[in-house]
Design a protein around this ligand. Sequence first.
Ligand code: GLN
Length: 483
Amino acid sequence: MSNLQGMTLLDLFRLQCDGKASPEEVLQELWAVTERLDPVLRAYISRWQEIPAVTQSEPVLPIALKDNLCTRDYPTTCGSKMLMDFRPQYDATAVKKLRNAGAVFPGKTNMDEFGMGSSTENSGFFVTKNPYDITRVPGGSSGGSAVAVATGMVPAALGTDTGGSVRQPASFCALVGIRPTYGLVSRYGLVAFASSLDTIGVLARTVEDTALILSLISGKDPKDSTSRQGFTARIPEDLAISTPFTLGLVKELCEGEEVEEEVKQSLDSAVRTFENLGYKIQEVSVPHIRYALDSYYVIAPAEASSNLARYDGVKYGYREMGGGRGKKKEGEQVTLEEMYAFTRSKGFGDEVKRRILLGVFVLCSGYYEAYYQKALTLRKRIADELLEALQSCDALLTPTSPTPPFRLGERLDSPLKMYYSDMDTLPAALAGIPAISIPSGFTRSGLPIGIQFMGKPFDELTLFRISYAFQEATGLKNLMVKG
Ligand code: GLN
C-alpha cells in the first residue's frame, strides 16, 4: 500500500478495517514521512525513534500531541527548559480517552513555551518552520502540531487554545482547527497557562476528522470540575445537514487597516460562496471586541503568574544552583531564595518572564482594581456582546488572523506586534464560546488564509455543519504540502 501520506484519519481507519492496510504499514509510512521532513521543519520535540510493535488487533489512529499534554512516563516539556526532563505519572484525560479509542502517539509537538506566543518562535528548544514557506512561521503556540498535520507526518493532532493557539496555526498551515466551548473537553493533565481560558482543541485536514476526534476527547470528567458535557455526532451524516444558516459578519474585525488586503479578499469570496449556498449574511457589530486584546493580555498573564509559581526548582523540573549564572563559586552556599531566583531566571525564556512580571504587576494591591478588575469587566462586556450578536444569527464570521503567515523573526522584537496577531481569536476565548478555523484559500504567493466561525456555547455541531458545507462547496479539504 503506497501513498498513505495524504490520507485522512477516517481514510486510514477504513483502510485498516477493510484489511487493505495493516496498522504496521500505516505507521511505517507516516514514520518515513516524518524522518524525511522533520529534520528541516522541526515539528516534534520528541518522537518515536523507531516504530513500536503494534500489539492491538484494532486499527490504529495516529495522532500527535502538543507537548503540554501530560503523557504517562513520556516527556512533557511544555516547550520549556524548566520541564526538559519532566515525565508525568499520568495521562491527561483527553490523551487517555484517545488511547482507549485505539490512538497511538508518534510524538509530542513543538510549541511556544507554556503556550505563550503566536509563532512557535518562543519555544525553549528550537523554531518550527511553515511548510508552505520555510522562511515563515507556522503560527503558534501549537505550531508543531500544525506542521506535523499539514505535511502528512500524521493525519491529526491535539493542540491547546488559550487565546488562539489552535485556530491561528491551523489558518497558517491550511488546516481545520477547533477551539471547543470551555468545559467541553477536560483540562485534566493539560499543563496550566491561564486556567479560565485554557482549552484542548483539534487540528486536522478535514472537518470530519476534526469532529471525530472532538467526539472522542470531550465529555464530563470528575477530575475537572469545570468540564460539563460531551459532543457527539454521526460522521459525516450529521455534518452534511445544512439548512442554510445565517452568518453574522463581525464588522469590527473585517475592516480596518490591520486586515491585509488578500485576507479581506478571501473573506469576500467566502461570503459569496455562502450566498450561493443560500446562506443569509448580515453585518453585526460587537462594539467592544477591539478591546479583547487589552483584556486578554491582563487576565492571561495574571493567571499565568499564579500558575507558574510552582516552578521553583524544589519538587520537580529544572533546578539551578548558581553555577549556570556564574554568580556563585564552587563550594559557596546557595540560599533557598537564591536557588529560586537562579532556577526561574535560567529555566524560563524571555516571553514567559515578561508575562509573569506583567501578571504580578496587575495583581498587586495598588493596581488590582485599575487593571485586573477592569480587564474582567471588559471580558464580561465582550462576552455579553458576542452572545447577543449570536441571538440574531447561527454563527459569527471573521478572518482567523489579520495577516497570512508572517516571516520568522519579524515580530520577535515587538511583543505588541506579536500580540496583535491574536486580535481575531481572543474574543471567543474570553467568552468561552466555541470557534473553528477552516482554510478559505491562498495568497497569490501561495500562503494559506483561514476564516473563523464563532458559535453559541456547546453548539459545535452548527460550526461543523457550516464548515462542512464550505469545505464541500470549495473543495478546500485535505490540503497538504508534500515533501
Ligand atoms: N498567542 C496567545 C498568547 O500568546 C495565545 C496563546 C495560546 O492560545 N496558548 O497568549
